[in-house]
Design a binder for this molecule. Structure first.
Ligand code: UD1
Ligand code: CA
Length: 453
């Protein structure tokens, strides 16, 4: 039977107190909705329908790239009403799996159980026992422990509120059944909404078996309704990613203090110290060491490279056996070849350093092409900007740039050239020669320091 997934994502998320529709809130570097679509995609469904509404076109506009069919629920009249909007486009004998845009961490394996149960002809609902079930719909069972219905927290009496088994909202069954039940939903309840979970009592009334499938743990079914729950989901995701990294052989000095907001690929024997953030797609080669408080986004880093404390790397390609930091900043479109060193308080922007070149202290290299085995002295600055335009600097192989040199671009330093410390280089510095551009030192003998009057 083909599978159609419907993701309900039209709600406002009042409890977030945000201008952003709830399903666009970020979790681990992606929106809540992207997490849910990703999980759904792994079930290989025939189609994914996303019901949107609050915030208007903001949600589909922000997530145009998703392979889903967008269904507008113009007025948010409840979860049952939301599902009703999507069903006309679903074939009669499809299995429908209902997911919530604000339940982002559910596992594919759990969803597969729901789909399998629905394929056997049951109404599958995902439930969980929570230590704090407050706010959720509760599962009501009869004396034989058969599921009878769901009561929403706001409609529940004191005794029902003591039930710790909750409805996760996720369910699966034949499209034809849902269509029939939804047509008969009412909104006579505390919130005057058309509640999707009310279909459970309808199924029971028809003598159908409701298969309550237990979630694998509390965290996979946690809803994100407020900022605290968003933070809790972030913690869960962080733990999952850390566990997966360690399982692959990565050493994490403290698994509670790493944030991966994207995709982190690691070779063998990688070691990551505390408080590091990885964004976008980051690849670390074998035996790479990342010091504490390092932020890396969209970088590829070669084998045996060490990134020391407090460095920030963004959009760079970094070779093998490179040493970066502490306190280095590598900006987009930079390439550091094998065995290069970029030390403390060095900023590299859109520049290439050839094999074995070193800029160890206090430098700015922007729009610069550095050859191999070049030594960039402390305090060297490429003056690449005249206030309007950017210009390139080219430094040949084996050049030696003395400390505190300003290279006023566009300018070329030839291979093997030496630049005297403190120079302001505005013209080409020829190969294999010494160029010095600074006021000559003079000595005034017998000069007296001023005295206090
Ligand atoms: C819902 C369930 C509750 C369950 C809980 C689990 C109902 C009535 N209650 O409650 O039993 O324990 O989820 O997390 O279903 N949405 C729409 N259109 C609407 C209303 C909601 O698309 O008109 C979407 C929301 O964007 C959200 C999802 O449906 O993604 C759930 O809505 P929400 O208002 O958060 O329901 P809960 O009160 O959490
Ligand atoms: Ca919710």
């Amino acid at each position: 039977m083909p599978l159609s997934v419907v993701i309900l994502a039209a709600g406002q998320g009042k409890r977030m107190h945000s201008d952003l529709p709830k399903v666009l809130q970020p979790l681990g570097g992606r929106t809540l909705l992207e997490h849910v679509v990703d999980t759904a995609t792994r079930l290989n469904p025939a189609s994914i329908h996303v019901v949107y509404g609050h915030g208007g076109e903001q949600v589909p506009d922000a997530l145009k790239h998703l392979p889903v069919r967008w269904v507008l629920q113009a007025e948010q009249l409840g979860t049952g009403h939301a599902l009703m909007q999507a069903l006309p486009a679903v074939a009669e004998d499809d299995i429908v799996l209902v997911l919530y845009g604000d339940v982002p961490l559910v596992r594919t394996s759990t969803l597969q159980k729901l789909v399998d149960s629905a394929a056997r002809g049951e109404l599958a609902v995902l439930t969980a026992r929570l230590t704090d079930p407050g706010g959720y719909g509760r599962v009501l069972r009869d004396t034989e422990a058969q599921v009878q219905s769901i009561v929403e927290h706001k409609d529940a009496n004191t005794e029902q509120r003591r039930i710790d088994e909750i409805n996760t909202g996720l369910m699966a069954c034949k499209a034809a059944w849902l269509r029939r039940w939804l047509a008969n939903l009412g909104n006579h309840n505390a919130q005057k909404e058309y509640y999707l979970p009310d279909v459970i009592a309808m199924a029971v009334a028809e003598g159908l078996l409701v298969d309550a499938i237990a979630a694998s743990g509390e965290s996979e079914v946690a809803g994100v309704n407020d900022r605290q729950q968003l933070a809790a989901a972030e913690t869960t995701l962080r733990q999952r990613i850390a566990a997966a990294l360690m399982y692959q052989g990565v050493t994490l000095r403290d698994p509670a203090r790493i944030d991966v907001r994207g995709q982190l690929n690691c070779g063998r024997d990688v070691c990551i110290d505390i408080n590091c953030i990885f964004e976008g797609t980051v690849s670390l080669g074998n035996r790479v060491g990342i010091g504490p408080n390092v932020v890396i986004r969209d970088c590829e880093i070669g084998d045996d490279t060490q990134v020391f404390a407090n460095s920030v790397l963004d959009g760079a390609q970094i070779g093998a056996r490179v040493r970066i930091g502490p306190f280095a900043r590598i900006r987009p479109e930079s390439q550091l070849a094998d065995e290069t060193h970029v030390g403390n308080f060095v900023e590299v922007k859109k520049s290439r350093l050839g094999r074995g070149s070193k800029a160890n202290h206090l430098s700015y290299l922007g729009d610069t092409e550095v050859g191999r085995e070049v030594n960039i002295g402390a305090g060297t600055i490429t003056c690449n900007y005249d206030g309007v335009n950017k210009y390139p600097t080219v430094i040949g192989d084996g050049a030696f740039i003395g400390s505190n040199t300003s290279l006023v671009a566009p300018v070329t330093v030839g291979p093997g050239a030496t630049i005297g410390a403190g120079s302001v280089i505005t013209k080409e510095a020829p190969a294999d020669a010494l160029s010095v551009a600074r006021a000559e030192q003079k000595t005034v003998a017998g000069w007296k320091r001023p005295r206090k009057k």
